[in-house]
Design a protein around this ligand. Structure first.
Ligand SMILES: Nc1ncnc2c1ncn2[C@@H]1O[C@H](COP(=O)(O)OP(=O)(O)OP(=O)(O)O)[C@@H](O)[C@H]1O
Length: 252
């Protein structure tokens, strides 16, 4: 990991509710930095603002005020094609429900970001490389309906990583998986993070998933509360225990 920030968010505020509607402040003055190559978890009770924060950082929604820089670029100032291009080149996304397209093959699903950008000459080689490194080479000619949940999420990871993004965002990516497939996905994310140096930001309410991260940010009522950092030499299980303790004190 180096010291360059892949995410710099400053004074983010998000107020929901249009003109006549009741206003709700889901984020109040949140600032955070994620260093290149870091692996960060965002935790908090239901309704605390985790998804709202992710949506601001991942450019799915705009903050009411404040700025978000991704790889040094102020994404709150980007719009239309410029935003779509920047997102396609610098960011990857994985979601709880995989978001694969059912009528495309696995190879076509994985290559979608390249096809949309017109990078057709790179497709075959890039798909083969990423499928090999994620252990899904034998699935390329199948369709999503023929895959298990764990396999689908690996395919979603391959699609998210095909452009070699600086940051991978995950919103409860193991939420729909059984415990074995969840562990396998989290081990894969850890491998991607350590070998490819892709920064990962994971929103989760689950301490097991969070224990694979290096650093956990806890949100409460739209504000950042405590942070936990896994110390060198600390085992994942020890870190898991600490997260559980923190959740206990935090939710009282
Ligand atoms: N589009 C919206 N309009 C109005 N209020 C919203 C909207 N989206 C979220 N909220 C409110 O903002 C608060 C934060 O929601 P958010 O989805 O970010 O929480 P969360 O921590 O991700 O919760 P969960 O773990 O249940 O998914 C909640 O009180 C929610 O009801």
């Amino acid at each position: 990991m180096n010291n360059v920030s892949v995410i710099q968010a400053q004074n983010l505020k998000k107020v929901y509710g249009h003109k006549q509607e009741k206003k709700y402040m889901a984020l109040q003055d949140v600032s955070l930095e994620v260093a290149a190559g870091d692996f960060v978890g965002v935790m908090g009770a239901s309704g605390s603002g985790k998804t709202t924060l992710l949506n601001m950082l991942a450019t799915f929604d705009r903050p009411t005020s404040g700025t978000v820089r991704i790889a040094g670029k102020d994404v709150t100032a980007l719009k239309g094609n410029a935003l779509a291009d920047f997102r396609a080149q610098q960011m990857g996304f994985i979601f709880q429900d995989f978001n694969l397209l059912d009528n495309l093959t696995i190879a076509q699903n994985i290559s979608l970001p390249l096809s949309l950008q017109g990078k057709t000459s790179k497709i075959k080689r890039s798909v083969r490389e990423i499928a090999e490194s994620l252990g899904i080479k034998d699935l390329l000619d199948k369709y999503p309906a023929q895959l298990s949940g764990g396999q689908k999420q690996r395919v979603a990871c391959a699609r998210a990583l095909i452009n070699k993004p600086q940051i991978l965002f995950g919103d409860e990516p193991s939420g729909a998986l059984d415990s074995k497939a969840a562990r396998s996905l989290l081990e894969l994310l850890q491998k991607i993070n350590s070998e490819q140096k892709t920064a990962i930001l994971l929103v989760t309410h689950d301490a097991f998933s969070a224990s694979f991260c290096r650093r956990i940010i806890f949100i409460k009522d739209g504000q950042i509360g405590h942070e936990l950092v896994r110390q060198p030499g600390q085992s994942r299980v020890e870190f898991y225990q600490l997260i559980l303790e923190q959740l206990g004190t935090f939710e009282q």
